[in-house]
Design a protein around this ligand. Structure first.
Ligand SMILES: NC(=O)c1ccc[n+]([C@@H]2O[C@H](COP(=O)([O-])OP(=O)(O)OC[C@H]3O[C@@H](n4cnc5c(N)ncnc54)[C@H](OP(=O)(O)O)[C@@H]3O)[C@@H](O)[C@H]2O)c1
Length: 332
């Protein structure tokens, strides 16, 4: 394990030196987990991250993360070793099943979360943060929703998330559980421009539906804010930028800012026939506008990218800058 505690010469140095002895255990160090790891390392956390992929484990190690090769069906022992009283635990795994099987807290999709929470209780961790999804709201015909709005999940993913959330909110454990309901995650390498470049984006139903998004950089910052000053009781927060936009406006913005052409379009019926995936279809039909007041007010959190346009602008600019650097670089 990497040691974060420096050797201190005298008491004055001890008083003046901030030593972060906390660990950040990221269960599922994927796209968001990697950005969180990067920011947590900057904040002097010792970071541990799980992956099933040996190549990704090497990349994590190169970043300064202690990688654990772990599949959710494996024994927990390798992860358990890190679930100590210094640990902030972030669960960032998907729902793992495609179709919903009812069963409430006993359902198969709740089991991996329950197993980990029980291990956290045994280890005595500081906090458990569960990355959920705004899919739990279901369809509210484009109305504004906040954390107190009734949940009407209508997709398997949404229903599974809602069961997991209900289980977590009812957990009688010695540490606070925080649920972050994430909107559509975007960031470097994950913008509509990236999908359009690869020919993997189709505008559905004229792009009328509003979409709720958040930049991965802000997600990681918000998680660190929860760690720093999150509530001592179980609590749910929407993690979105609070400025939902119709998909069409985002595509228009991308086309204006880049040389990319307007993507192919499809009706909802065509999309449903092509994908044959009710979860993906629900994502294209459920209309909600997600409020983020609780995150901003209760945690005094300010987004760096308060709408998708500011986030995309920064990413596209960075891509342009790196392209220029590559062009300007002399041949090796
Ligand atoms: N993408 C979105 O727009 C969106 C929106 C709302 C909520 N969410 C949720 O937010 C969280 C973070 O999203 P993300 O896009 O950053 O996720 P991601 O990049 O897909 O990463 C998911 C992580 O889960 C791990 N994982 C998947 N199946 C596993 C299994 N069977 N056993 C062990 N580990 C497993 C992956 O491990 P490997 O490294 O081995 O692949 C990866 O580290 C996820 O829970 C996601 O479902 C995403």
């Amino acid at each position: 394990m990497r040691l974060t505690t420096p050797i201190l010469e005298n008491r004055t140095e001890l008083e003046n030196t901030f030593v972060n002895t906390q660990t950040m255990v990221i269960v599922g160090a994927g796209y968001t987990g990697m950005e969180l790891a990067r920011q947590a390392i900057e904040a002097d956390f010792e970071v541990i991250g799980t992956t099933r992929d040996p190549e990704k484990a090497k990349r994590l190690e190169a970043m300064g993360v202690t990688p654990i090769l772990w599949d959710v069906n494996d024994e927990l022992a390798a992860v358990e070793a890190y679930l100590t009283d210094q640990a902030q635990v972030v669960y960032s795994l998907p729902t793992l099943f495609k179709s919903y099987e009812a069963g409430g807290a006993q359902a198969r999709h709740v089991a991996p979360v329950r197993r980990l929470v029980e291990a956290c209780q045994d280890g005595g961790v500081r906090r458990f943060i569960y990355l959920s999804s705004t899919s739990v709201y279901g369809d509210h015909s484009g109305e504004w929703v906040d954390e107190s709005t009734d949940l009407w999940p209508n997709s398997s993913y949404g229903k599974m998330r809602a069961d997991i959330e209900a289980f977590l909110m009812g957990c009688d454990v010695d540490f606070p559980i925080t649920i972050a309901r994430l909107g559509g995650i975007y960031g470097p390498g994950r913008t509509l421009a990236d999908f359009m470049r690869k020919g993997r984006y189709t505008l559905i139903d004229g792009g009328k539906k509003v979409t709720n998004r958040i930049h991965v950089h802000d997600i990681a910052r918000a998680i660190l804010t929860v760690v720093e000053k999150g509530p001592k009781e179980h609590r749910i927060f929407n993690f979105t930028d609070g400025h939902p936009q119709p998909a069409r406006d985002v595509v228009e913005f991308v086309c204006e800012q880049t040389s990319l052409e307007w993507p192919p379009e499809e009706t909802l019926e065509e999309y449903a026939r092509r994908t044959e995936d009710p979860n993906r279809l629900a994502r294209r039909t459920n209309a909600i506008r997600v409020l983020n007041e609780r995150l901003r007010r209760e945690l005094d959190f300010e987004l760096i990218y308060p709408d998708v346009f500011s986030g995309y602008q920064a990413i596209l600019q960075q891509e342009d800058d790196s392209a220029e650097e590559t062009t300007a670089a002399p041949p090796a």
